[in-house]
Design a protein around this ligand. Sequence first.
Ligand SMILES: CC/C=C\C/C=C\C/C=C\C/C=C\CC/C=C/C(=O)SCCNC(=O)CCNC(=O)[C@H](O)C(C)(C)COP(=O)(O)OP(=O)(O)OC[C@H]1O[C@@H](n2cnc3c(N)ncnc32)[C@H](O)[C@@H]1OP(=O)(O)O
Ligand SMILES: Cc1cc2nc3c(=O)[nH]c(=O)nc-3n(C[C@H](O)[C@H](O)[C@H](O)COP(=O)(O)OP(=O)(O)OC[C@H]3O[C@@H](n4cnc5c(N)ncnc54)[C@H](O)[C@@H]3O)c2cc1C
Length: 665
Amino acid sequence: MTNPVVQKVNPMLTEERAKASFPVEELTYILDGGKFNTEKRREIEELVTKDPNFEHPPIQFMTREQQYSLAVKKALLVQQRLKELDMLDDPYASYFFRRIAMPREVSPIGLHWVMFVPTLMGQCSDEQRERWLQRALNYEIIGTYAQTEMGHGTFLRGIETTATYDPSSQQFVLHSPTTTSIKWWPGGLGKTCNYAVVVAQLHTQGRCHGVHMFLVQLRDESTHRSLPGVVCGDIGPKMGYHTIDNGFLQLNSVRIPRENMLMRNAEVQPDGTYIRRVSNEKLTYGTMVFVRSLIVSDAARGISEAATIAVRYACVRRQGEPSSPGAPEPRLLDYPVHQYRLLTCVANCYGLWFASEVLRDLYFTVQPDVLEGRTERLPETHALSAGLKAVGSNRGAACVEECRRCCGGFGFSEASGLPKIYNDINPACTYEGENTVMLLQTGRHLLKCVERARRGEQLAPSDAYIRSRPTPQPKLAGGPLTADLLLGWLRWRSLSMLLEVSGRFNSFIEQRQAWADAFQAVSRRLTRCAEAHCILYVGQAFLDSAKAAENPKICGVLTSLCRLFLLNEVVSGAGDVQLSRSDLARCQDAIDSLLTELRPNAVALVEAFDLPDRMLCSVIGRYDGQVYEAMLQWARQSPLNATDVHESYELYTRQFLAGRSLAKL
Ligand SMILES: CC/C=C\C/C=C\C/C=C\C/C=C\CC/C=C/C(=O)SCCNC(=O)CCNC(=O)[C@H](O)C(C)(C)COP(=O)(O)OP(=O)(O)OC[C@H]1O[C@@H](n2cnc3c(N)ncnc32)[C@H](O)[C@@H]1OP(=O)(O)O
Ligand SMILES: Cc1cc2nc3c(=O)[nH]c(=O)nc-3n(C[C@H](O)[C@H](O)[C@H](O)COP(=O)(O)OP(=O)(O)OC[C@H]3O[C@@H](n4cnc5c(N)ncnc54)[C@H](O)[C@@H]3O)c2cc1C
């Protein structure tokens, strides 16, 4: 563990830690992708922890302006430190440095490395890369990704910003023709960035060629003042994300050179001739596919943090009727229903964690081909990244919220660290494609897979089961409820639901409904099919990772946790298909047994994530379990406690008590 063993660890936590049935450290290596990575991560965490420049009072006691300003300082300091340590080219080191230096504090320059740089990499011609990429990687310029407008987020083709080519000056004129066309939301756009990739409708020679990307300078590189024709600012306070300046941008006939259109896939020649280099126009959406795959892993990390806090707290919090006179009150973790609430979150976390690794590998396998214009596996990658982004962030938000509620009133206090995690995960349900819309993309792909399977065509690996013949429902009563059997049931469920919806869709088509109308008619059911497909993917990734563990004890505990995940899916999906009462009852019994079996490993399973106190920022989830003293210390830092009598007493309360009118004050 990276946590320094403090002098007095709560004995209830020590007792729980001693119950682990497997070597926690070895599971940490698996989660980190190897011992080497664990050691590197810990070195980085130690560097940041020892650096006084990253020390400050809890940000929850600061105003939004203070939070933003501090976040800018820390984000830039991180870059300086990474440069000094020669770690800028190491994505793993950079990621962990940022994560520990700014735990769940969204970086004002986050969009630069999450979307701006990846867009330059994926959408620039080789020449353009030479010109801009190195400057961006060196942080000589700071950029964002400006796509969403006030009037259009989901429906990308409806974007109104125009980029009209003027051959006489060989420039594009970027313009926001309406109020609804004002860019709204891009992270860091308000105050921090000086450049943006702007998504706009390309017009040349009197024709519109649809959405394309343009590099637009927004602010002067030395004064940081907005350039003529550029009106931008912060969009104001949000539900969370206080540390980042999501912004607005109005472009009033702003001129940029022709060469600032990102030209990897299409080009406008000096005379205005439009040339499309690749046939698949969806390649313009490539950055979103990449970021969606990151969101799955971020959701798993969010649950790991919340679950670590809530499980530790459940070990030290006593509440309820003692089992006998004079006995202590039970610990929260002793309640089976509490075990269920927490352990299913832990199971979701591991499932998403392993699935995000498989998805990441798929993305990096397919991406080189895509960059060369070979797009055969793009539909599968898009469907999986969209669907898993939705399932991951939905589950992420739901599990973090469940962990928060598991901590009772303290979970509502910022001191727990849980609201901060929730507010960081929740917007992922909306950004990078609202979740329902993303599930519909996956559903659309699955419908097409059914058609292709009927025609006898090959399907991509994760869709291949759609080619299998419909079979009777696998029986769950009888033999042992193994993970393989449960996964087989989920595969059967996914296929049955899909065939049912596809049959319904085809009957609408046979009744001569338009494709789009038939799609709308089945859309509600289709989102459920998309979820079932993604859950199958998660379950498969989970089971494969459990089986791959060399240590039999780790293999055992991961397989049990995976069974809990799968059983919970079977039970909650019982209404999607008709699961018999006896099968359902067996699954429920198996869940109860698994809770008893896994309970002694609850702390070990969350502590395998190896999250230092600095990362959790939680009074109730601290390594030493000394919750109550720390809670009092936290409250003492509240600015409201700076004086015994608050100024509002003199201003208002005293007047009120004396019967004077407050109206004129
Ligand atoms: C600051 C951060 C710091 C730290 C965080 C750390 C980790 C977290 C990681 C990152 C998150 C951080 C910040 C996030 C900031 C947020 C940024 C944004 O939100 S950017 C804006 C994102 N916007 C969207 O996602 C818009 C959603 N809409 C769409 O994607 C599309 O419009 C939609 C898919 C809905 C439909 O597109 P449309 O043009 O209408 O397509 P059409 O219907 O014509 O055709 C569909 C056709 O195209 C295929 N397709 C669609 N999308 C893709 C794609 N991306 N790739 C490949 N193919 C695609 C689709 O399957 C269909 O194909 P067929 O015709 O069926 O063959
Ligand atoms: C914190 C945060 C950060 C962001 N950062 C960026 C950024 O850096 N750059 C950027 O460009 N954008 C950014 N966005 C914008 C984000 O991508 C959009 O909010 C998102 O794509 C949804 O678009 P919208 O807000 O216009 O919602 P809408 O598209 O108006 O959707 C509203 C609701 O309608 C539903 N809906 C819409 N269309 C359909 C349909 N066809 N079928 C069924 N239901 C539908 C949706 O499911 C949703 O529930 C950010 C947003 C947030 C919240």
